[in-house]
Design a protein. Structure first.
Lengths: 666, 299
């Protein structure tokens, strides 16, 4: 046990105890009582004093009780704290999980609030740097809130008020959980002196206090006995010492049903028909009957009553759902899971949204002197309008005066690099135009593609292994470009963003390659047009995971607007490059971006994470090289003893009153 | 206190008064009063009760010669008779401030006792003197005799004012100075005198007078029901005693009270006087009819 402010109590005791005794003997307010004669009383007092000089102190129960009450009060003032972990660290890092699973209400009001309470209790038991206490024993703490990213809420300080306000400022999120970043950040800060470092420098190892339900994406082993073998390599860099991390498990577990996957897409043959695929999972141990309700812009379109099997072998009961509906216009699709049982502790995963723009085909302009294979490939794509123009015709177009309905979604430049280009999206075969920011620094011959990003939307289902280029340009790309495919020493395909325009550069003449003879060429054209068009870019952009930033390009520079999300409205502004980035997608739901003089853009943020939907709290974590067990509830933190001492004092006062009233003090 | 009663019957009750008629004050001495009373005295004199014969001596009154004996024996003998004399009863009543304390009040109990004893003395044709004392004698009604004096007695007793400090020795000196004859002196008091009771009692317990000390204390004085930190104020001299009541202190106090009473009792026994301790909550009727008879003051 230790005391938070021992000198304060000692000083108060040095004053109060003698004062009480002095007051008791010297300043008694005696009740005056008339009697027949003081003769016998004085004799009795004399006898008492002669025979028992310390009779007052020995037998005066009331004085003893008063001293007891005073001692209890003074001890409470000294702030006694029982250090139940036995190894008090002087620097704490409070890691508070704010991921989606911490919104579960299996413990009231929510896991995050309980975690904040627990952290607050730990802060309350820290030794304070009072002038009357041992200044060198003042504890410090920092607060880190984390979901998929860690955020320092408060650097090392011993100011409890600051720490508590930092803890209170932690807001719930709907994101996933990664602890490695939080621990790395905590260790980085932990080795640096804090605000009130005074004599203690970075040599003091910080004690990491993790307040979480253990549903950590990168710290497996909550139910995996294999432990370290199942951990991803991400936290291999984390090196913890024995006992450095204390895990305060939050939550008791319970039933939860959630949507773990959802996708909506228009049919290729019939764009007006939308198919919605979803996966609903039951993470509880009971069979759950629920209604899966599909709504379009708030109007219920379809309801399926399904039965979700219980968890078996640590695998949730999963059910796939398919909906089909006619959707000639755009809108927001919402799939909501409505369990019929009352227990469903996590609300963030009960719904998922998909934003579908209205069906729209592209207007494409092919600028070429003649390229049959390319023209054929483009004609194979479902386009609204395909115009073929020679380089001279294209250069003659005044894009400033072109009406919107005559504009192009994508311009394909085949071996033509005009000096001036409007803002837009381009597929370039051959030498890159100056507007792209990329330059051709040389030429290459007889190149084959060595590597390509097959998971990129443009290269989806595109096999480039057989591509052979007899001649190609050697590209020098701007810094923020992304290379999609590579020759031996130069990019084969690159995606370049420059001044609000987007260029897909293929630094070769497709007629000097064997690509037109490959099936992948048509696939590439289809994917490229889809990706570059507004339609294509928004498809990926309009459904985001929690925490992923929303970005939109090709907007008027410096345009101002607002993003209205679930429970919050944020003012935004387009940057000088015509790009809008909105990072505040921390909660699930539908967001609406409204910019001046532009139609509103709607996008959805979904949880769709089985890891977060499984709210069974973990009791064991594998973090770095350590297996960390959850601390038992009674061993959490330190125990403040002052309430018990105040209670003892109150009992003493009651006892004193009772003794007085029952005349037991006689 | 006394204003509530207008006569002795009201103070003591008629039934009690009627029972008092059958009592008399008892003395162990053969008394020599000034008037012929109803009590045998040591003096031989004229009465109807024969005492003895003695040979005639020169100068004897020839009227007491027993001529019948002379006729048989031819010697002169005097026939002696016991002369009956009256008894003087002094009742010394404490009316100092300390008697007002206690629950029930000691002063009322003392007044009842004094009234009862005085009444007994009067109805038996004794010579009665009732004195009230505090700081010396405050009042006295003297030489009452017979039922006709009951009115004077009650007028005196029921109009007594109590209060003030006490000086027992001074009162005894004053009483002793005015006391003549022989008889019984009854002192009714709490005997809580700081200057002591010994000198005063010595004065009163002369060879001609029987002395009876009747100590009357309240229940609170015998067994205090006090608690807390107190400043005890003496009602007579305003002397202060600051005490913190504890069980030990109360034990010592009770021991002191018992020792004080025992000391008074022993003192009276040594002087040949009677003593009785009474509580103010005891019924006066029981004290008079039972306790005082057992103690030999009344018969």
């Amino acid at each position: 046990m230790t005391f938070l402010a021992p000198w304060l109590a000692a000083s108060a005791a040095a004053i109060a105890v003698p004062l009480l005794v002095l007051l008791y003997f010297l300043k008694l307010r005696r009740r005056e009582m008339p009697i027949s004669s003081t003769l016998l009383w004085k004799r009795a007092v004399q006898d008492l004093q002669v025979n028992a000089p310390f009779q007052h102190l020995r037998k005066n129960l009331l004085l003893l009780l008063q001293v007891l009450v005073l001692i209890a009060g003074l001890l409470a003032l000294s702030g006694p704290v029982l250090l139940r972990d036995g190894s008090p660290a002087k620097r704490y890092v409070l890691l508070i999980d704010r991921s989606a699973s911490m919104n579960a209400t299996d413990v009231l009001p929510s896991r995050l609030e309980v975690a904040k309470d627990e952290a607050g209790k730990l802060v309350a038991t820290m030794r304070t740097p009072s002038a009357l206490s041992l200044a060198s024993r003042a504890d410090e703490a920092m607060v880190v809130a984390f979901d998929e990213h860690a955020r320092v809420m408060c650097n090392f300080t011993s100011d409890k008020r600051q720490l508590l306000s930092a803890i209170a400022a932690i807001t719930p999120g709907d994101g996933g959980t990664r602890i490695d970043e939080a621990i790395l950040m905590a260790k980085a800060f932990g080795s640096a002196p804090g605000e009130a470092a005074n004599a203690r420098g970075s040599g003091v190892q910080a004690q990491l206090e993790l307040f979480s339900d253990g549903r950590l994406g990168d710290a497996a082993a909550h139910r995996d006995e294999a432990g370290a073998s199942s951990r991803p390599a991400a936290d291999a860099a984390i090196s913890l010492q024995e006992g450095e991390l204390a895990f305060h498990a939050i939550g008791s577990g319970g039933q939860n049903v959630g949507v773990t996957a959802m996708q909506a897409r228009r049919g290729y043959e019939n764009p007006q028909e939308v198919e919605v695929y979803a996966t609903v999972a039951n993470f509880g141990t009971d069979l759950v009957t629920c209604d899966a309700q599909l709504s379009l812009d708030g109007a219920i379109q379809s309801v399926q009553s399904v039965q979700l099997p219980p968890t078996a072998n640590d695998q949730p009961g999963v059910l796939s759902l398919t909906f089909a509906l006619e959707m000639p216009t755009g809108g927001v699709l919402e799939l909501r899971c409505l369990p019929k049982s009352s227990q469903n502790f996590l609300g963030s995963d009960d719904a998922a949204w998909a934003v579908l723009p209205p069906p729209r085909n592209l207007a494409v302009c092919l600028v070429t002197d003649g390229n049959g294979p390319l023209l054929s490939a483009l004609k194979a794509c479902p386009l609204e309008r395909l115009e073929v123009k020679s380089p001279a015709e294209f250069d003659a177009i005044d894009f400033g005066s072109l009406p919107p309905e005559k504009g192009y979604d994508v311009i394909v430049l085949d071996r033509h690099a005009p000096a001036k280009l409007p803002r837009g999206r381009f597929v370039v075969f051959g030498s890159p135009p100056a507007a792209s920011g990329a330059t051709a620094t040389g030429s290459l011959e007889n190149q084959v593609v060595l590597d390509w990003h097959s998971n990129h939307p443009i290269l989806q289902y595109v096999n480039m292994a057989n591509l052979f280029a007899a001649k190609a340009y050697k590209l020098s790309l701007p810094a923020d470009s992304s290379v999609l495919a590579e020759f031996a020493s130069a990019p084969a395909l690159a995606l370049v963003r420059n001044q609000g325009s987007l260029f897909l550069l293929a630094p070769f003449d497709c007629l000097e390659t064997n690509w037109p003879f490959e099936p992948s060429f048509v696939m590439f054209c289809y994917n490229a047009l889809g990706f570059l068009s507004l339609d294509g870019t928004q498809t990926g952009q309009l459904a985001l995971p929690v925490g992923a930033p929303f970005s939109l390009e090709g907007l008027p520079t410096q345009a101002r607007g607002v993003v209205t999300g679930p429970g919050a409205t944020t003012a935004v502004q387009v940057n000088a490059s015509g790009i809008l980035r909105f990072p505040g997608t921390g909660r699930v739901g539908v967001y609406r971006l409204e910019l001046a003089n532009l139609p509103a853009t709607t996008f959805a943020v979904n949880l769709l994470s089985a890891q977060e939907s499984d709210i069974k709290p973990a009791t064991r974590l594998a973090v770095g090289n350590q297996q960390v067990l959850a601390q038992a509830a009674q061993q959490k933190g330190n125990l403040e003893l002052w309430p018990w001492l105040i209670l003892l004092g109150l009992v003493g006062i009651l006892l004193e009153w009772w003794v007085y009233s029952r005349k037991l003090r006689l | 206190m006394t204003q509530k009663f207008t006569n002795l019957a009201e103070l003591l009750g008629r039934e009690f008064l009627a029972r008092l008629d059958g009592l008399d004050v008892l003395t162990r001495r053969i008394l020599q009063g000034r008037l012929q009373g109803e009590r045998r005295s040591k003096r031989r004199g004229q009465s109807v009760e024969f005492a003895e014969h003695r040979p005639y001596a020169l100068g004897d009154d020839m009227r007491f010669v027993d001529w019948n004996t002379y006729a048989r024996l031819e010697q002169l003998f005097l026939k002696l008779f016991l002369e009956e004399q009256d008894l003087t009863v002094h009742v010394l009543l404490d009316v100092s401030g300390s008697t007002q304390q206690g629950q029930p009040s000691k002063s009322l109990a003392m007044l009842r006792l004094a009234a009862a004893l005085s009444y007994v003395a009067l109805v038996n044709n004794n010579r009665l003197t009732v004195s009230a004392f505090a700081d010396g004698l405050l009042g006295q009604v003297a030489n009452l005799r017979g039922r006709v004096s009951v009115q004077r007695l009650s007028a005196f007793l029921l109009n007594l004012d109590s209060g003030g400090s006490s000086d027992f020795d001074k009162a005894c000196r004053q009483l002793e100075a005015g006391r003549v004859g022989s008889g019984v002196t009854v002192v009714i008091s709490d005997f809580l005198f700081k200057e002591g009771y010994q000198e005063g009692l010595k004065r009163l317990s002369g060879p001609r007078y029987d002395l009876f000390a009747l100590q009357l204390l309240s229940p609170q004085e015998l067994s205090p029901d006090l608690t807390g930190d107190l400043r005890l104020r003496d009602v007579e001299d305003s002397d202060l005693a600051e005490v913190t009541i504890s069980r030990a202190l109360l034990d010592y106090y009770k021991r002191n009270v018992a020792a004080y009473c025992n000391e008074l009792s022993a003192f009276c026994t040594r002087r040949g006087s009677g003593y009785m301790l009474a509580r103010s909550d005891e019924p006066t009727q029981g004290l008079v009819l039972n306790a005082l008879r057992r103690k030999g003051l009344l018969q």
